[in-house]
Design a protein around this ligand. Sequence first.
Ligand SMILES: C[S@@+](CC[C@H](N)C(=O)[O-])C[C@H]1O[C@@H](n2cnc3c(N)ncnc32)[C@H](O)[C@@H]1O
Length: 370
Amino acid sequence: MSMHGFAVIHPGLEPVVAAELAGLGLEGEIVPGGVRFAADAARVATLTRTMRTPSQMLLELATGPARSPDALGGLIKRIPWKQVLNPAAEVRVEVSTKGSRLHFKDTVTRAATAMIRDARKTAYVADKGARPRVAQLVQVRVVDDVATISVDAGGDLLHRRGWRQDTVRAPIRENLGACLLALAEWDGGDALYDPFCGSGTLPIEAALLAAERPPFGRRSFACDEWVGASGPKRSKPGAPGATPVRAPSHPPAVPIVGSDHHAPTVLGAIQNAKRAGVSPSFRHLDVLQIEPPAVVGTVVTNPPYGERLGEHVDGTYTAFGRVLRERFQSWRVVFLSPDRRLAMRVDERVERLTTFKNGGLGVGVWTFLA
Ligand SMILES: C[S@@+](CC[C@H](N)C(=O)[O-])C[C@H]1O[C@@H](n2cnc3c(N)ncnc32)[C@H](O)[C@@H]1O
């Protein structure tokens, strides 16, 4: 049975994830909410530990028609469970159904849980003493009578990199930060500035990208416990799939700068960068005081959202645009704005690259040349 990976992302950002996969030599099919690609368990585990843009990574174990509990059971039985999950691993089952005969979620969850338990039933074989620690989440999605059975490779959402302590009110998810850098086509070749840096997400993601380091600090993944896709705790440093040992932190080759007008926030960003093992520059500045650290470069930022923070932010957007035109001439600018009206306050020439939902709010990604 051929397996697939499914990289989940907020609708609107699927092409960004597809582009990251393409850069890794994998051709994916874009579907709403993610990108599907052919890959085995070991490949999916490696991608989970190294990709920057997805919010979740699934290993699709089987797909097929499932108009009855028996048909679903047949699919479940054919999955080579022992090739992926440690026989002793606890499995939690989550079901969603849409437009299908199997539509009672609780009934399907109970039936699928029992069928998966039966299909995996086998005497426990000690795996060199490594007992599974995390419950594996198996997702059963039935849409228009077709079931897809997947196991979640991350175990926890992938924006949780393991280096950020949230000290600001509206931090952007780290993988969305990586998506913004990709939309800005920033690859570490020129300077980067985030004048509303908050907890430092964008400069830290940028510094990790520029150093070609994986985005994760200390965290584990459900796939660390998959059979044949061993992870950091079981493999020797440097072995495939192992979390790389953090190299000493060297200053980035190009200026990567974050600033914010709130001093404790800047201190929090510096601490986050330390935990990530990178050293972008952080400064305590109002947006009115910012200066370009290089002649050319890219500004990538998420300015404060009025609705979310309950503030009047029009003046901040106007000031941001004026400062960019005066001091950051010919810099590429990519920023988030909840609507066109605010985006136009920054600059009337703005173009929208895409939209997606951030924390329940629709938000646009806007760009212009300062
Ligand atoms: C939406 S948050 C940015 C979150 C950030 N991307 C992160 O992931 O933590 C906006 C930030 O802009 C800062 N800010 C608001 N007005 C500012 C101003 N006039 N000058 C500089 N920073 C400002 C706030 O302190 C806040 O940290």
